[in-house]
Design a protein around this ligand. Structure first.
Ligand code: 6PG
Length: 233
């Protein structure tokens, strides 16, 4: 079982401030030790809350490389695109100086784009300094969804694939997701959860039960990387 550090806050502002300090420290440690830092962010709405606070922190963004934990296979002008969200909401101001590696190529499907995305990711040395993941109410994380035919290969601890196509049942779009070994190739991993309804989901994820039912369990049960869980209503 991994070492899980729980950071529980009464409100999102407290979470965002503490998390911004945590992320700033991780980034600056990476830059101090290796000249550059690598930051891997999830999509969804929570990272934007984080970056609002990061704008006030002393970070040498030109020395930071950012990529995504997963991407919807849509045009990057689509509002569903995580790359578009990142560019629109997070990599603005001083953070616009960061280098961004997208998980989208010109291929028609994520399956056809796996090799190209893997080649793009190869430009970012591992272990990543920090991976920030969210969690859905179904226990998904990144685009590791219950019921996805590719979930098994994506969770395979021995896969050499850094990313794999995902087809979440019922989801509007096919996706590309980093595989579990790729997500765990990091020095620090944050599970960032917001919403009162997700507290119960987190408690359930911490219980026994198949990983396939709640893929976030794969993060909570591994012992390669300590996980910091940040939760606020
Ligand atoms: C995505 C994300 C996804 C997200 C969770 C939580 O592309 O949607 O990677 O895994 O992290 O759905 O989303 P919220 O942060 O909006 O709760």
């Amino acid at each position: 079982m991994t070492e899980i550090q729980n950071h529980v806050f009464e409100n999102g502002a407290q979470l965002a401030d503490t998390l911004a300090n945590y992320v700033t420290e991780a980034i600056n440690a990476g830059i101090a030790e290796r000249g550059r830092a690598s930051l891997v962010l999830s999509g969804g709405s929570t990272p934007a809350r984080l970056f609002q606070q990061l704008a006030t922190r002393p970070i040498a963004w030109a020395d930071v490389t950012v990529t995504l934990t997963d991407e919807r296979w849509v045009d990057e002008t689509s509002e569903d695109s995580n790359a578009a969200m990142l560019r629109r909401e997070l990599l603005t101001g001083e953070a616009a100086a960061a280098k961004f590696i997208s998980l989208k190529t010109e291929h028609a499907t994520p399956g056809e784009g796996e090799t190209a995305c893997a080649e793009r990711l190869a430009a970012l040395p591992v272990p990543y300094d920090l991976v920030v993941l969210g969690m859905g109410t179904d226990g998904h994380t990144a685009s590791l969804f219950p019921g996805d035919a590719n979930l098994g290969p994506a969770l395979d601890p021995d896969t050499a694939q850094p990313c794999i196509a995902a087809n979440p049942p019922g989801a509007a779009q096919a996706r590309m997701t980093l595989t579990l070994p790729s997500l765990l190739s990091c020095r620090r991993l944050v599970l960032l959860i917001s919403g009162a309804e997700k507290r119960a989901v987190l408690e359930k994820a911490l219980e026994d039960g198949p990983v396939e039912d709640m893929p976030v369990r794969a993060l909570l049960r591994q012992d390669a990387v300590p996980v910091d869980v940040f939760w606020a209503p």
